[in-house]
Design a protein around this ligand. Structure first.
Ligand code: F6R
Length: 607
């Protein structure tokens, strides 16, 4: 949450920083701001709304310099106002700072500073941090930062300018991510690597409780006690072309359409005459048999991918399977010990709830694995063992292609654990892995139905809500389909196991509440059809996601979208695609800000 960009170098800073903020806007878009040092003093420009507003403001009142920092905000403390927008400065303008995170003891610090005569002009916790640093500053930036950090509780990533130190800037990480780079005579920082890819792929991923001092071409790194640390640069495999929209109107549509190739990449080298994850998640036969439990822990879309995986784990591993949201797992009491395999699923690898849950499992002695799209993320580093999604950078706030990568990685994991425990039949292994490699082509045929799905969406532009239903794996897909719709169209949608409809939700059904049914030809088909009869009897319009060749479904449904036939266990790979497209087209017809839905941010780094 919150996008951060900093630059020092020969280029005009406003162009570089605003370019970076545009790239990071998926992290927050309540307000935007920039601070530029002209070598003597620091000037600030900020506004409510998007980076485009800031750009327009800067065109009228340009700021010029070679050192600057910028921020896009996802509001926590204080409303969406210009005063609360970052950067913040102390009243004398000696220190200027941008922040991602939450300072938990801000109120008591604010009162203390007020007692010392400090005047505050915003409601933010961030202004408290900058004023604290300013009161502790006596010409030694690192000492002031260290002393301030010792007093702050909570999670924070800061980038800090000192007006009288115009050739350096400073970064602090305790919680939310920050990445750094210092190619030739420049220095950069950002909250996400995508903003730095146009300049370099040699990146330093800051660890928790580190302070960095950046100058042209150089990074010095310290711990919170001031001890120097090694500068660890990693080479990132992504490149800048992967973060462009190309011919697409929205990143979300591009990412939906990429899903066939994402699946190919996720499977590559892991499926060949069976499944083999020994390079990523090796364990001995003894270990494999010793495990008793598997926990799948995640948030949001990643949680729904885990629900699918949980069923496959039930079927193939013989382990006691728990699927839990990270925010609940963290405070739960389930056994989590050396006989537990704990899998943490997060596309970003930065979700605060999931990181906290992983720490709990590690403390209990569980065997941990991160399933993530970002190999250098905090989660990957926290957990050690990583199963990478290989989806490429996902920019649309609503997750789509990383969900596909998660389905693939987690299905392979279920098969792999089952195989190592001697619980997976060879015939099942071949049946499923051979079909997995056929799925990309089927997905590619599905995305060609975009226009037909748009026509279906057009029928529902005026409705106030939807009920999604499905059974088994399709129940999780209904939930993910409803989430996509809510996120980008803001239409109310709730999802239930189809068998639960009669226990309550059916009361809502009438001609005004469409039911979206995920009803592939699987084990549950007939049962779900009965539920559709019940919905139809209450005059609810029905949109069915069904299997090609199903001649019966059109008797029940007002609109049918067909997916190719596949193995029962793999239907989610196909049924999700029309639901993503349905949400996309409905939101697009309604004129929504698809890649930047209100109130959401891509990487949720606060609890
Ligand atoms: C949904 C969405 C969110 C994320 C959730 C977890 O489209 O993007 O629900 O899935 O915030 O994020 P990660 O997977 O990064 O931990």
């Amino acid at each position: 949450m919150c996008g951060i960009m900093g630059y020092l170098g020969p280029e005009e800073v406003s162009g570089v920083v605003i370019g970076g903020l545009e790239c990071l806007e998926y992290r927050g878009y309540d307000s935007a701001g920039i601070a530029v040092s002209d070598g003597r003093k620091i000037a600030i420009s900020k506004c409510v709304g998007s980076v485009a507003n800031l750009k327009a403001q800067m065109a009228e009142h340009p700021l010029s310099g070679r050192l600057g920092i910028g921020h896009t905000r996802w509001a926590t403390h204080g409303g969406v106002t210009r005063e609360n927008a970052h950067p913040h400065a102390d009243p004398q303008g000696r220190v200027v700072l941008i922040h991602n995170g939450i300072i938990e003891n801000f109120y008591e610090l604010r009162e203390e500073l007020k007692g010392q005569g400090v005047h505050f002009s915003s409601e933010t916790d961030t202004e408290v941090a900058v004023c604290l640093m300013a009161t502790l500053y006596d010409g030694d930036p690192l000492a002031a930062i260290r002393k301030a950090c010792a007093r702050l509780r909570g999670a924070f990533a800061f980038v800090i300018l000192f007006a009288d130190v115009p050739d350096h800037f400073y970064c602090v990480r305790k919680g939310p991510p920050l990445v750094l780079a210092a190619p030739s005579d420049e220095a950069f920082c950002a909250s996400d690597v995508t903003a730095l890819l146009p300049y370099t792929n040699r990146i330093l991923f800051m660890e928790d409780e580190e302070i960095a001092e950046l100058s042209a071409g150089s990074i010095a790194l310290y711990d919170f006690d001031g001890a120097p640390k090694d500068v660890r640069l990693s080479t990132v495999e992504w490149d800048a072309s992967m973060t462009s929209k190309g011919i697409y109107p929205h990143f979300m549509l591009k990412e939906i359409e990429e899903q066939g190739s994402v699946l190919r990449r996720t499977l590559a080298g892991r499926v060949d005459g069976g499944v083999d994850l020994s390079a990523e998640f090796p364990f001995s036969d003894g270990d494999a048999r010793r495990y008793r439990r598997v926990h799948l822990v995640a948030c949001g879309t990643s949680y729904y991918a885990s629900m699918v995986a949980g069923r496959l784990m039930d079927q193939f591993t013989g382990l006691d399977v728990r699927v839990e949201t990270s925010s609940e797992y963290r405070y739960g009491h389930m056994i989590c010990d050396a006989e537990t395999v704990a899998v943490f699923i997060s596309q970003s690898g930065e979700t605060a709830d999931t990181l906290a849950a992983a720490r709990r499992a590690r403390a209990g002695g569980a065997r941990c694995l991160a399933v993530t799209n970002v190999v250098n993320s905090s989660l990957a580093r926290e957990v050690g063992a990583v199963l990478e999604l290989r989806a490429g950078p996902e920019i649309g706030v609503a997750a789509t292609k990383t969900f596909m990568g998660q389905l693939a990685a987690l299905s392979l994991l279920a098969l792999w654990i089952g195989k190592r425990r001697g619980r997976l039949d060879r015939s099942d292994e071949l049946r499923l892995t051979e079909e997995l490699v056929r799925l990309p082509l089927k997905i590619e045929s599905l995305v060609l139905q975009g226009n037909a799905i748009r026509d279906v969406a057009e029928h529902y532009m005026k409705v106030a809500g939807f009920l999604f239903i499905g059974r088994g794996l399709s129940c999780a897909i209904g939930m993910e389909g409803a989430l996509k719709l809510k996120e980008i169209s803001y239409i109310h949608a709730e999802a239930h196991a189809a068998g639960e409809m009669k226990h309550g939700p059916i009361a809502m059904l009438d001609v005004n509440l469409p039911v979206v049914a995920v009803v592939p030809r699987d084990l549950f088909y007939e049962k779900t059809l009965s539920n559709l009869q019940e919905a139809r009897a209450r005059n609810a319009p029905i949109v069915a996601i069904a299997t090609e060749g199903d001649g019966e479904i059109s008797r029940f449904a007002s609109d049918c979208i067909f997916v190719p036939a596949t193995e029962d266990e793999l239907t989610p790979f196909l049924t999700i695609v029309p639901l993503q497209l349905f949400a996309y087209h409905l939101a697009s017809l309604m004129g929504r800000e698809i890649d930047r839905p209100r109130n959401l941010a891509k990487s949720v780094t606060v609890e």
